[in-house]
Ligand binder design. Sequence first.
Ligand code: TA6
Length: 309
Amino acid sequence: MSFSTTENTITTLQAAGATCKIHSHGATVISFQSANNKRENLFVSSIAKLDGSKAIRGGIPIVFPIFGPPASKESTMPQHGFCRVNPWKLTGTTEEEKAATATYELLFEDAVKGRGENNIWSKEEAEKNGLDCKLAYQVRLEAQCLTCTLTMSNTGKCAFPAQALLHTYFTIQAPQDTEKTFVEGLDNYTIVDKITKEQGHANKESKIVIVGEVDREYHPPAKNDCLTTNITDSGSKLTIQATAKDNNSNDIPVSCVVWNPGKDKAGATSDLDDNAYEHMMCVEPGILKPVTLEPGQSATFSQTITVNV
Ligand code: TA6
C-alpha cells in the first residue's frame, strides 16, 4: 500500500493489488485498476487535456453545482459547473491494511474558473448574497472497488440549490455489441431521452444496450434509496452503487445518466478520439433533482465501483 504525488498534479494510490490515479485538476480520478482484473476500468481520451486548460475528457469528472447547461439563458456558467475545471487541494492520504485513500478540497473562493456571469455563483452575486460553499472529496481504493464520496457544505449566509454527479467514463473492451455491452439495474426508472426528446415513460429494458448515440437520464421510482447498476461488456462486469444523504442522514434520490456520444458526436468533440464511442460508455450516478442546502447544511454523495470479474 503506497501513494505518491508527482509534480503536485497526479496522486497514485495502491492497495491490496489495486491502483488508482487522481489528477488534482478537478480532483479527477483518471485510472482505476482492480486487483482481480488488472485492466484499466476507466476511459480517458488519448487527446484529453491534462494541463488544466479544460475539464479532463474521461475518468470521473465531478459535476457541481449544475448538471448540463444552466437552466437560465442569462447564465454563462459552463455546462456541468465549475468543479471539474478548477484545481483541487490534496488534503491528505491514508494507508490502512486493505485500503488507501486520498482526500481533496475545493473552497469556493478558489473556484476561480467556470462560475460564469448572471447566476447566483458569479463573483458579484455571490459576494452580494454571502453565498459560500466548500467541497470535500474522498477517493478510497480497495482490492476490488473504488469509492468516491463528495461532501457539499453550505458555509455561507444564503441557501443554494445544487445538483451533483460523477460523470464516470468506463472502458468498453470490445466495440459496441448489443449482446455483450449493456447496463442493467434501471428498471422502472423514469426516462428523459435527450436524443428522442421523449420523457416521462418508465424504463422497461432490463438490459440497456449501447448502440450509437445514447443520452438519457434515468430517474428513480419513489423510495429508491440506492442506485445499483451493472455494466457488462466482453471484458468485465462492474457494479456501481450510489447513495446520497442530507445532513440529517435522509436519503436523497439518486438518478443515473447513460451516455455514449456515438460516431458523429465523438468525431465532433475536439478532445475525444474519433473511435472513442466504440470503447467507452458513461454511466453517471447523480443528484439531478436539485437539493437545496441552507446555511450550515451539507449533503454527501457517494459512488462505489466494484469489479466483479
Ligand atoms: O452526461 C451526458 C452529457 O450531458 C451529454 O449531453 C454530453 O454533453 C456529455 O455530458 C459531455 O459533456 P461535456 O461538457 O463534458 O462535453
